[in-house]
Design a binder for this molecule. Sequence first.
Ligand code: AHG
Ligand code: MN
Ligand code: MN
Length: 339
Amino acid sequence: MEGNNKTLGEFIIENQKEFKYSSGELSRLFNSIKLAAKVVSHKVNKAGLVDIVGGVGEKNVQGEDQQKLDVYANQVFIETIINRQIVCGITSEENDDFITVQGGDNGNNNKYILLMDPLDGSSNIDVNVSVGTIFSVYRRISPVGTPVILEDFLQPGINQVAAGYVIYGTSTMLVYTTGHGVNGFTLNPAIGSFYLSHPKIKFPVDGSIYSVNEGNYVRFPQGVKDYIKYCQQEEGDRPYTSRYIGSLVSDMHRNMLKGGIYMYPTSTKSRSGKLRLLYECNPMAFITEQAGGKASDGVTRIMEIEPTSLHERVPFYSGSINMVEKVEEFISKAQFSKY
Ligand code: AHG
Ligand code: MN
Ligand code: MN
């Protein structure tokens, strides 16, 4: 950051012309996201000191244990965004159904919807390991001035107008795209501003890191097993390095900077994988592609999948283009073993 003092706010204003829709609205949305991110970041940094570690004893709609920080981050993002009247609807991993944001007498005049995973990798919070927030923005398809409908949220990822993530790591960063490349901003906590620290992030075309929960190996499709064995073979630049944090944001962030592939395959236990298409895979796929990488479900481009429900899951392979193409090759060779 030394020598680079452009803030996120300045950067957005400077690049407004790149955004084909109303830039004022997008700036307002980003202002809210960065405010919520700062609030969550501050809380994450105090984990262990304040009572936010551990579970709340409830399960979310997907049957997963909710952590205190899941619930807190969800509230902060939703309240910040609703209070500022910027979007007409929100979908979150932590809410069963989408939220209709009321506005005016006849519904809401805002054009955007927000989809988010407020706290990604939440099981890592108790052990002081990086977590994140993922967000995705679309234009509504229903008429302005009416309440949002389910179809507004079930758009394919190619319709995204913006996507990003916040990583609460050794420092807090916000990384985003509006379809014109990917830029990363680091929070200076003393000042409370995000500064451009990683301009024009590019996925290395090739990489040497593979990230997958290898404990599930025996349950993976044959093609994925074959690819993992390929990663471990001694030949040329292989064996590759295995790195898995268990927090999609952190694993993807590292791989994007260093070159690598993230995989969450189907398994005999979960036939659709684990990750959620709308608020995990699509935004990460948009960022990956904008950084020159590739994201697929093993066969199909993630962003071209037509969603059928809010919390649907898909297998996810995302990262350096040559690595993703390689795993697709293995999956296609072993197609009859694909779950
Ligand atoms: P979340 O905390 O939002 O539920 O997401 C957790 C996800 C993802 O971040 C991570 O990569 C993956 O789950 C880890 O799953 P496993 O523990 O099955 O490897
Ligand atoms: Mn997640
Ligand atoms: Mn989450």
